[in-house]
Design a binder for this molecule. Structure first.
Ligand code: NAP
Length: 737
């Protein structure tokens, strides 16, 4: 391959557990790919990498790194893209500041995160950090819509080896509580932009005295784009949260708040902050000024708050007094005293609600005891999904994974579709007044009367992504013959606009009878009924439900979302293969550091790898890639058939063992195939060496477990130390190189 040419496949460098796994798996992938003349390159999208590439002017020459995310962002718009994307951290402010502190300690002079920027320089630094924060990576890479499902082998395995499910009692007090009015759902306005309205729009705030300030200018709205605006009243939110706390107490359940502060990086930390404030309301009433002087920012959570006020005995006593009055609190880690309100990034709704539901509606309280929980999800746009799932299981008992069918997902996400609350179109109202969207032609598209602090958000979905999404749904339904439901609520302004696209498209294609359009609550009930009966359903959803449902259903059906196949057919012809639908599993890193056991399951990577090679074969006519892909699929099947996935317990096979088996099955499949004799000949001795070395390799891998290890960092680990930890088998390394 010529210098400077893009490698055939790009594998992303990420954070936490998947990055540790890459230290062991990537050398294997590269070795196998190289034998077929395929180059696998890497691009750094980790939080640490994003910080370093954003601030070259603060770094020494030799410390500077390229802006890989920007490069990838360009590549995914071309037909050449073939990217394997692992889960990366969507950093909350506490995660971002921890990463900054670590880099500084390592000698990278990156600036501090300005919490309250005042100078122009601080404001510029803050703006740059805000672009790294939250879901900054996925919207750049997702130039296509998503097709997520369980591979047949994975589903078969889950049915044969059903995971444990908590029992549901019909008298369970677990429930979902949401606002009844004045939330994003209630206030939503939506319109599809006409040719006369197209052009650069503005978002303006109009104060009570008529003074107009521009919150955002140059907001491009094309013809056919669905543009929404809505807001949540923080007065109503505060009243609701206070009531929910009281309600939890009278129910005798525990209080839990479920948000998505990472993806919805502007709106949801604010909502989370109001919950912290509501929980500690009497303390804020009495000591509000003192706490402000101590730099308390409720949006960073209770952990940060306690750290700042711990020197003030009066405030600490007041906090203790409140705690004694409050209902039980849902805990992230009861042993360590980490509560639901500790940091905004600990309890993430798409992972936390399925965990509660899978456990039969149970959470864990401060004493480490299981109990029913009041799941507080203030906004109603998607809360009904969880409410209905809870109702369904209370009435019907837990799902049986040994017989349940599957819910696949076709998700609208291309070109930053429905990026609610996360992008530069979310604002806190600066004062009482009006926030409005003013179109290029001067017309006001949407306007809302707001009070100071109200959380106002706007978002868009472009026409081409909507049409591509509908086509993807038609293709998936045709290929599977499954039940197919568009999860759209005609009573919701945004969804009503999408329905205007969907209905005629189904009519034109002559397939209207094969699809249903249902509001999320009804769609949840219908899909659960379908899979309970052993049949399959396709959930065709917007961006948020894509994210939520591809955790909810896989966690119930397969025990984890990490094994999902997640394909993004890029609109310009490339392929993006996301590995699983889970995140970067910080708890796995803790275990590895404490006892040198990595329970990360690379099944998502294995599945994505097969798809990526097959895609290379299809798009570039690379026959060897097709052989590698088919053999990778056989190896994946082998991992499942012979139960080679990692165990959770120290002293038992872990992630590294599973990679040995993957390499072995992959080599054996390559050696056994007859499509490419040269590849078979090349891999026969590798397969033999791996088989002959089994005892030595497994022994070397087992021998290292049970002790603490040092990775030389958390966000920016030392590559040499990490490789030493993740590749401890000299026998295996000698074969892989
Ligand atoms: P998470 O990383 O999905 O982890 C939650 C739990 O799911 C893990 O502790 C683990 O359970 C299980 N899990 C996830 N992937 C697994 C795998 N491959 N093998 C085995 N178990 C797996 O969710 P989170 O703690 O909410 O989020 C952590 C970070 O991931 C956050 O910074 C978030 O921003 C990021 N995230 C990224 C993406 C993405 O890039 N696509 C998606 C979601 C979240 P056990 O601990 O019980 O083993």
């Amino acid at each position: 391959m010529a210098e400077n040419q893009t490698p055939d496949i790009l594998y992303t460098k990420v954070d936490e557990a998947p990055e540790l796994a890459s230290a062991s798996l990537l050398p294997i992938i590269r070795k196998f790919a190289a034998a077929a003349g395929i180059e696998v390159g890497t691009k750094d999208i980790s939080v640490a990498g994003r910080i370093l590439s954003t601030f070259p002017e603060y770094l020494k020459e030799e410390q500077r790194i390229s802006d890989d995310l920007a490069e990838l962002g360009e590549l995914v718009k071309t037909p050449d893209a073939n990217v394997i994307k692992l889960p990366n951290i969507s950093a909350s402010v506490p995660q971002l500041t921890a990463a900054i502190a670590e880099l500084q300690a390592q000698g990278f002079a990156v600036p501090n995160y300005p919490e309250e920027p005042s100078t122009d320089e601080e404001k510029a630094v803050r703006a740059k950090y805000d672009a790294i924060k939250g879901s900054a990576v996925n919207p750049v890479l997702r130039e296509g819509n998503s097709d997520r499902r369980a591979a047949k082998a994975v589903k078969n395995y889950a049915q044969k080896n059903p995971h444990s499910m908590g029992k549901w009692a019909s008298d369970s007090k677990t429930k979902v509580s949401s606002m009844s009015d004045s939330d994003f759902f209630a206030n939503e306005k939506s319109a599809t932009i006409t040719a006369a309205q197209a052009g650069d729009a503005k978002i303006e705030f109009v104060a009570k005295d008529g003074a107009v300030s521009v919150l955002k200018a140059g907001w491009p709205l094309e013809e056919g784009t669905v543009a929404d605006a809505t807001f949540m009243s923080v007065r109503a939110l505060s009243a609701f949260l206070a009531e929910a706390i009281e309600d939890t107490k009278s129910d005798g359940t525990m209080f839990s708040l479920h948000m998505k502060a990472t993806m919805m990086k502007v709106s949801d930390p604010i909502i989370f902050g109001y919950a912290v404030k509501a929980w500690l309301a009497p303390v804020f009433e009495k000591f509000g000024d003192e706490m402000a002087a101590l730099g308390v920012n409720v949006n960073s959570g209770m952990g940060d708050l306690l750290e700042r006020v711990k020197g003030n005995a009066e405030i600490m006593a007041a906090i203790e007094a409140v705690a004694a009055e409050r209902p039980a609190m849902y805990m992230v880690d009861s042993d360590k005293g980490i509560t639901n309100l500790h940091v905004p990034s600990d309890v993430i709704i798409d992972a936390s609600m399925p965990a509660v539901i899978r456990a039969g509606g149970k959470g864990w309280d401060e004493k480490g005891q299981k109990g029913d929980t009041n799941c507080v999800i203030p906004d109603r746009c998607y809360a009904t999904v969880y409410d209905e799932a809870i109702n369904f299981f209370k009435a019907n008992g837990a799902l049986d994974p040994s017989t349940a069918g599957a819910v696949a997902n076709v998700g609208l996400m291309a070109q930053k579709a429905e990026e609610y609350g996360s992008h530069p179109t979310t604002f806190e109202a600066p004062a009482d007044g009006e926030i409005r969207v003013v179109l290029a032609n001067g017309e006001t598209l949407h306007s809302h009367a707001v009070e100071a602090g109200d959380i106002w958000r706007a978002c868009t979905v472009k026409k081409a992504p909507i049409e591509n999404w509908i086509q993807l749904a038609l293709d998936r339904q045709r290929l599977t013959g499954s039940e197919a439901i568009f999860w759209l609520d005609s009573a919701r302004a945004h969804d009503a606009q999408l329905i205007e696209y969907v209905k005629p498209a189904l009519e034109t294609a002559g397939v209207a009878d094969k699809f249903q359009i249902m509001a999320p609550r009804e769609a949840t009930a219908q899909s659960l009924k379908t899979i309970t009966a052993g049949a399959d359903s396709i959930a065709i959803t917007g961006n948020v439900l894509r994210d939520y449902l591809t955790d909810l259903f896989p966690i119930l059906e397969l025990g984890t979302s990490a094994k999902m196949l997640s394909i993004v057919k890029l609109m310009n012809g490339g392929g993006l293969f996301e590995t699983g639908a889970g995140g970067s599993a910080p708890k796995h890193v803790q275990q590895l550091v404490a006892e040198n056991h990595l329970r990360w399951d690379s099944m998502g990577e294995f599945c994505a790898l097969g798809e990526s090679f097959n895609f290379l074969a299809d798009t570039k006519g690379n026959a060897k890639a097709g052989v590698l892909g088919a053999a990778a699929e056989a190896a994946t099947q082998g991992i499942l058939d012979f139960n080679r996935s990692p165990s959770r317990k120290v002293g038992e096979p872990d992630n590294r063992d599973s990679h040995y088996w993957f390499a072995r099955y992959w080599a054996e499949a390559l050696a056994a195939q007859s499509d490419y004799a040269a590849l078979a000949a090349e891999f026969a001795p590798i397969a033999k060496a791996l088989a002959d070395g089994e005892e030595a390799i497994l022994g070397e891998l087992a021998a290292v477990q049970g002790v603490k290890v040092d990775l030389g960092g958390y966000f920016n680990t030392d590559p040499t130390k990490t490789a030493a930890v993740m590749r401890p088998s000299a026998t295996l390394n000698a074969i892989i190189g």
